[in-house]
Write a protein that binds this ligand. Structure first.
Ligand code: CA
Ligand code: CA
Length: 366
C-alpha cells in the first residue's frame, strides 16, 4: 500500500513540475488585467481542458496544468484563458477581468510578455470603428449618447473560416467637460452575441480604473465571426459636467484600436469620430430635470416628469454604471412611483429620452 502511494507520488511529480502559474483575469498573460484580455477569450471560446484545482478569482499566482492547446499566433496556453478554472472557456471567464482590473503581475510561469500580434491580415478597404454622438451642441448637465458601430465595407474579403472576431480600443476625451462618475455603457439590443468590457474611471470595482479622460473598451464574439459585417455595437450614455467654465469640444477620439480575426491576426482598423460643442449654459430645450419626492429617499420615491412617457424607457444606473430594471407604477396622470427599498444606499441616475431631449433626475437612496 505504502509502495503504491509512493509510486503515485512519483508519477505525479513530473506533472506538478510541468505546472504553470497564472493570475486570473490576465487571460493573455501580458502582466495586467484589462480590456485587452477579452480578445483571447473571444477567439478560444468553447474550448475545454483540465480544471484548475482550488481556482479562485484572487489576484495570486495559481497553479494550473497545460491544456496543450494554445492561441494561434501568440502561443499562449489556453489554461490562461480559463480565468475561473472550470475547464471550459465561456463568458463566465470574463468576470475575473473587472474583479482584478488594472492589477499587474510579474510572477506568472511562463513569464508575462507583451501581447504582440505580428501577423497582419491585409485588406484593401479598411473597416472603420465609428463614434457617433447623438447631438451637435449641449450644455452643462446634459446627457449625450455616444454610439459605437463598426463599418465593414466588403465582408466578402474575410474567409468564412477566419472572420473578424474581436476588437479593443481606448476612447479618450477632455475630462473637464465630462462627469466621469456618470458614464454608462449599454450594448446594442442586436449585440447579444457579443461579450464586452467597458471600463471608465468610475465603473470598475475596488477603485482600480483607467486614467481620467479614458474609457477602455473591448468586444468580441463567442468563438464566432461576430464582427464579420457592419453592425451597431453599443452606446455610452455620458453626462456633461454641471459646471462648464469655458465652452469647447470634449474631443472624443478612438486610439490604440486593434481588431483580430479568429486566427489571432491583426486587421487594420481606421476610426471616425464626431465633434460636439459644449456650451456654458444648459439648453432648456434639450434637458429637463425630473422632480421627485422625497429625495433623498429611504425607499419609495414619486417622480413627476415634465413629459409623461412610457416608464420602461427610463434608464436607472448607480455610480458604478450598473443598470437596474425597476417597476414604475403610475400614481396619477403626471407622476410615477418607484420603490428603491431593495437597492443599496447611494446615488442613482434616472434618465429618459423623450422627443429629442433628455429628462433626468439624480436620486439619493439613504
Ligand atoms: Ca492581460
Ligand atoms: Ca472557464
Amino acid at each position: 500500500m505504502q509502495y503504491k502511494i509512493l509510486l503515485s507520488l512519483f508519477l505525479l511529480l513530473p506533472v506538478l513540475l510541468d505546472a504553470q502559474l497564472l493570475f486570473p483575469g490576465d487571460l493573455n498573460n501580458d502582466g495586467e488585467a484589462n480590456h485587452i484580455d477579452l480578445l483571447p477569450l473571444a477567439i478560444a471560446y468553447g474550448q475545454i481542458g483540465p480544471e484548475r484545482p482550488g481556482a479562485t478569482f484572487d489576484w495570486v499566482p495559481q497553479e494550473t496544468f497545460f491544456w496543450e492547446l494554445s492561441l494561434p499566433v501568440t502561443g499562449i496556453d489556453l489554461s490562461f484563458v480559463d480565468a475561473d478554472g472550470n475547464g471550459i472557456l465561456d463568458s463566465l471567464d470574463l468576470d475575473a477581468i473587472p474583479i482584478n482590473y488594472d492589477s499587474t503581475q510579474t510572477d506568472a510561469i511562463p513569464a508575462p510578455e507583451p501581447y504582440l500580434l505580428p501577423e497582419i491580415f491585409e485588406v484593401d478597404e479598411l473597416p472603420t470603428l465609428i463614434l457617433d454622438i447623438n447631438q451637435d451642441e449641449v450644455g452643462a448637465g446634459d446627457t449625450i449618447e455616444v454610439n459605437i458601430s463598426l463599418n465593414i465595407p466588403d465582408p466578402s474579403v474575410f474567409p468564412l473560416s477566419n472572420p473578424p472576431t474581436a476588437l479593443a480600443c481606448l476612447i479618450t476625451f477632455d475630462p473637464t467637460f465630462i462627469n466621469e462618475e456618470a458614464i454608462f455603457y449599454e450594448p446594442d439590443p442586436s449585440a447579444d452575441d457579443l461579450m464586452y468590457v467597458a471600463a471608465s474611471v468610475s465603473s470598475v470595482d475596488f477603485g482600480r480604473s483607467p486614467n481620467s479622460g479614458t474609457i477602455e473598451f473591448a468586444c468580441g464574439g463567442r468563438g464566432e465571426g461576430a464582427l464579420r459585417m457592419s453592425r451597431p455595437i453599443g452606446k455610452f450614455k455620458i453626462v456633461i459636467e454641471d459646471m462648464i467654465l469655458l465652452e469647447g469640444d470634449p474631443d472624443f477620439m478612438i486610439t490604440d484600436q486593434i481588431m483580430i480575426n479568429l486566427n489571432e491576426q491583426l486587421i487594420d482598423l481606421q476610426t471616425q469620430t464626431d465633434g460636439l460643442l459644449v456650451s456654458v449654459a444648459s439648453d432648456p430645450e434639450k434637458r429637463v430635470d425630473i422632480e421627485g419626492f422625497p429625495n433623498p429617499t429611504r425607499g419609495v420615491i414619486v417622480i413627476c416628469p415634465a413629459e409623461f412617457a412610457d416608464p420602461s424607457t427610463i434608464s436607472v444606473y448607480n455610480e458604478t454604471g450598473q443598470r437596474f430594471n425597476l417597476n414604475f407604477v403610475q400614481v396619477n396622470e403626471m407622476c410615477w412611483q418607484v420603490d428603491l427599498t431593495v437597492l443599496p444606499e447611494g446615488i442613482y441616475w434616472m434618465i429618459q429620452e423623450v422627443g429629442g431631449y433628455t429628462q433626468q433626475i439624480t436620486v439619493v437612496k439613504q
